[in-house]
Design a binder for this molecule. Structure first.
Ligand code: GYE
Length: 354
């Protein structure tokens, strides 16, 4: 796979064919014909991309995998070897080593957590295989170990969501100390968890909200439900549940409803507000319309085409941007908050019709 130009026909056959043609037609020199025909006979081997995906924990992840697979189908000069790391970094490291042995042309890594990639990425570099990081980030000493990173600004997503909550509380004149939040975090050590947790902690400190607890729900619906159940046993005053993805939110809503709570944004009337991230799951989107999820900060999983652009840039001798952020929206059914401002920049809220 390292030598991507191959002849369909061996030179002996080509020469024999050319001789016959030249003799039959009695035309120009064999040399001249030989070049043209041989060029036509040369075909490009596909570019092989080894993709180490971290797992299949959420709808976001499935959409991300799908986006990658449909960008490297094997039909138009790109093909992909897919490996599911099942949430374990050790599996992802093994997959990368296998890709190196297989001499793939590019390695794409969606890392489960940020730390511990230096050694294996150095191995890829030593083998001259360019590495592209997608979605979450890697925390490495030497940034030349990867060509570029493509993904979301997780902290910005959190800032948008928390600004939305702040405006909501201001509009309803709810004092900051009456906002009692629990955070169902994502996989600990994953960039999406780190950014979304930081955004909430900063806002809680800035506005004086009561951040009761932070517990991981591993980005899954099952764990989200389990964690919500035990939080409800521990605290009787929770009125905001901040879920670091939609699957956790769906689980948390199940637990809240089973405990007889009403989910919604009317905190004054005792409803429990749910805030979440992603916006790819159909049910979560319909919950926004119904007001069961008060707002979702979007996280865009469609990274496949962008990875292709990065590879094409490298193929044509260029250097892709080191960090490429995808654009993301914020969704809510509340018509009164039309935009949120973060670092003096205004982001419009997409108001979904009820
Ligand atoms: O938000 C969550 C997924 O890293 C952005 O991981 C990704 C997150 C996404 O499991 O649903």
């Amino acid at each position: 796979m390292k030598h991507r130009l191959k002849s369909i026909l061996c030179p002996v056959v080509v020469t024999a064919m050319l001789l016959c043609m030249a003799v039959a037609c009695g035309t120009t020199s064999i040399e001249e014909n030989s070049n043209t025909v041989e060029e036509e006979m040369i075909e490009k081997e596909p570019i092989v991309v080894g993709f180490s995906q971290l797992g299949a924990e959420s709808d976001w992840r499935s959409a991300n995998t799908q986006s990658m697979k449909s960008s490297f189908t094997g039909l138009d000069g790109y093909t992909m070897i897919f490996d599911d790391g099942q949430q374990k970094q050790a599996n992802q490291i093994m997959a990368i080593r296998k890709f190196i042995q297989q001499e793939v042309d590019y390695i794409v890594l969606a890392p489960v957590t940020e730390n511990g990639w230096d050694t294996v990425l150095q191995e890829a570099k030593d083998a001259n295989i360019p590495v592209i990081i997608v979605d979450r980030r890697v925390n490495v000493e030497d940034e030349s170990l990867f060509v570029c990173w493509i993904g979301s600004d997780f902290e910005l997503e959190a800032q948008k969501a928390t600004e939305w909550l702040h405006q909501y509380a201001e509009n309803k004149k709810i004092p900051a100390q009456d906002i009692h939040i629990v955070n169902i975090q994502g996989t600990l050590g994953a960039s999406a968890q780190i950014g979304r947790t930081k955004g909430l902690q900063d806002a809680a400190e800035k506005y004086g909200w009561d951040l009761l607890a932070e517990v991981t729900g591993d980005f899954t619906q099952t764990k989200g439900k389990e964690v919500m159940k035990s939080l409800l046993q521990e605290y009787d005053n929770i009125n905001v549940v901040y879920c670091e993805n939609d699957n956790e939110a769906l689980g948390a809503i199940e637990a809240l409803e089973e405990a007889g709570k009403k989910v919604g944004s009317n905190l004054i009337n005792g409803e429990v507000m749910v805030i979440s991230f992603d916006g790819i799951n159909e049910k979560a989107r319909s919950y926004v319309q119904e007001g069961k999820i008060s707002c979702i900060a979007e996280c865009n999983p469609l990274l496949g085409p962008l990875v292709r652009v990065a590879i094409d840039t490298v193929e044509s001798g260029g250097v892709p941007n080191k960090y490429y952020y995808v654009n993301e929206e914020i969704f809510s059914a509340n018509p009164n908050i039309t935009s949120v401002t973060v670092d003096k920049k205004e982001y419009p809220v997409t108001i979904v019709a009820k």
